[in-house]
Ligand binder design. Sequence first.
Ligand code: ADP
Ligand code: MG
Ligand code: MG
Length: 270
Amino acid sequence: MVSSVSWVRGKCVGKGAFGVVNVAVSKRDNRVFAVKSVDCGRGLSGQVEALENEIGILKRVTSPHVVAYIGDDVTCEGTASFRNLHLEYMPGGTVADLDRADVDERLVRRYAWCLATALRDVHAQGFVHCDVKGRNVLLSGDGEMAKLADFGAAVEIESSPAMLLLPRGSPMWMAPEVVRRERQGPESDVWSLGCTVIEIAIGKPAWEDRGVDTLSRIGYSDELPEFPIQLSELGKDFLEKCLRREPSERWSCDQLLQHPYLLPYYALVE
Ligand code: ADP
Ligand code: MG
Ligand code: MG
């Protein structure tokens, strides 16, 4: 174990069952970054494993719309030791915390484009994110740039058969085939993307959480989450391509980036 002498832990910007996310400052050059930490002694072993998994995958993923890996280390702080992941700091909070009054359809489209770009890159580089949802989408200070974060549940596409034993992710965003424990592939991320776009538009999860009942509706009925009435026909058409119950009929992220709902951004910015 080494004690970090190279950076200082600042204010807390996120907390979960996993541990904590703080802002940090490098002593060498005053650079600001985010540190996601798990207490090795107190955290359940699964949390350290999830962070190790995240570190291993984020190191290998590169995308302008994925929160960038900066480094990792182990620190001794008091009597505790922490496993730390250093990340690009996103000061704008998450899309789940946005003030609804600030969200018009231009922003919905923009974030949908950012996420489709992130997932296209993640999938092309051989991974499935498995936990796409509003709380894992972080914003730049001016709110114009959204990046995908939290790769704790992510897996390599090759190892996907193992996922049948244990679905990964957050229930309200899970694809039907994941709820049924059949498979969890890139298509499952696309379903979660659709749920997240609805979440951004309406300011709450696409499915109302009614526990087991909701899971059975997602997994075993013909129901779809309600498409937001405030979205244009083009927006609803985009959602229909994401939220097809049959995974093989869902559009890929490559296809989604060619959809007229996103194409203007794709053409202009990339
Ligand atoms: P968990 O696996 O516990 O969900 P996350 O990686 O999603 O952990 O981080 C938890 C919360 O911490 C996020 O929802 C966000 O509010 C905040 N957070 C995480 N990473 C960053 C970052 N790089 N910059 C700013 N805030 C972050
Ligand atoms: Mg998270
Ligand atoms: Mg996580």
